[in-house]
Write a protein that binds this ligand. Structure first.
Ligand code: PTJ
Length: 266
């Protein structure tokens, strides 16, 4: 691939990807995440998580579906009506969407707290700094092992995630989502995989790509009516949202396999 410089929307600097490449967005995202992994912001395992997400996004057609938009508006309503909302951020989420997280925080007045699976003090600090540079007000300070799970996602702040009533989790790995729900919290997950344990155990799952989902939630927070809030919150149905996501993916796969059959016949 020719080594040309182009605009990178993530670090607002340069990328070494030709801008006319048909998969430019995907390639620039991978390059950015790989650079963040080299710095230690993204865990190496986070690159695998991104690959899995990309595969599901491909099946969705890399677009926000009608049911995902409904979930995003519901998420906005839940965050706005919460008394103590928290946005939980890991390495991938910070690398992909620090500015979008900051904009959402301003719109819904949530606390932003870093919570990591591959936790080290150095990573926590780097991710907090990245979020602050993007304008977020990060809820930091002394963390304690407060969540009922055996791995390091148990570490959180007593006045942050531990006391939250609504938690928005961005790209999860299952156990903590379960634990937060078992603690009586409303958990909103953003996860492109509608089959994951996170997607199935959350109160509300948004099956959409993180950088598409967050601005939609922010827009909702900026301009939703009280009556729409009440209507969306009273009709949360995660099973329906997940089955719609699977139906959309199945329809697209069926459509693509139909195209192949037609091509073979011609
Ligand atoms: O930074 P850390 O240490 O907290 O580690 C973060 C990772 C992402 C490594 C950790 O949480 C992990 O291993 O996650 P999983 O179990 O791979 O789950 C990530 C989920 O997010 C998968 O179901 C992916 O399909 C989904 N996903 C990946 N990228 C995106 C995504 N969903 C929405 N938008 C994306 N960009």
């Amino acid at each position: 691939m020719p080594r040309v410089r182009s605009w990178c929307p993530y670090n607002r600097g340069f990328a070494m990807i030709p801008v006319d490449h048909p998969r430019y967005r995907s390639l620039v995202t991978r390059e950015h995440l790989a650079n963040c992994a080299k710095k230690g912001i993204v865990a190496w395992e986070g690159l695998i998580a991104q690959g899995r997400g990309e595969a599901f996004d491909y099946m969705l057609g890399e677009r926000t579906t009608k049911s995902a938009l409904q979930a995003e508006r519901t998420a906005g309503a839940l965050l706005l009506t919460a008394s103590h909302p928290v946005i939980s951020v890991n390495g991938n989420a910070a690398a992909l969407a620090a500015h979008e997280i900051s904009a959402l925080q301003k719109a819904c007045k949530a606390r932003v707290e870093v919570n990591l699976f591959h936790r080290t003090a150095a990573r926590v600090e780097m991710i907090e700094n990245l979020l602050r540079e993007a304008g977020a007000d990060v809820f930091s300070g002394e963390a304690e092992r407060l969540l009922p799970i055996s791995h390091d996602r148990a570490w959180c702040r007593r006045d942050g995630m531990f006391s939250a009533d609504v938690v928005l989790v961005l790209l999860e790995d299952g156990d903590r989502c379960d634990a937060l729900v078992s603690m009586g919290k409303t958990v909103i997950a953003i996860d492109l995989n509608p089959l994951s344990r996170t997607a199935r155990s959350a109160t509300l799952t948004i099956v959409d790509e993180l950088t598409r989902a967050l601005p939609q939630i922010t827009d909702t927070c900026r301009g939703i009516s009280d009556s729409e809030k009440v209507q969306l919150i009273s009709s949360v149905d995660n099973d329906y949202l997940l089955s719609e996501a699977i139906r959309e993916m199945t329809a697209r796969l069926t459509e693509c396999s139909g195209l192949r059959n037609t091509a073979r016949k011609n």
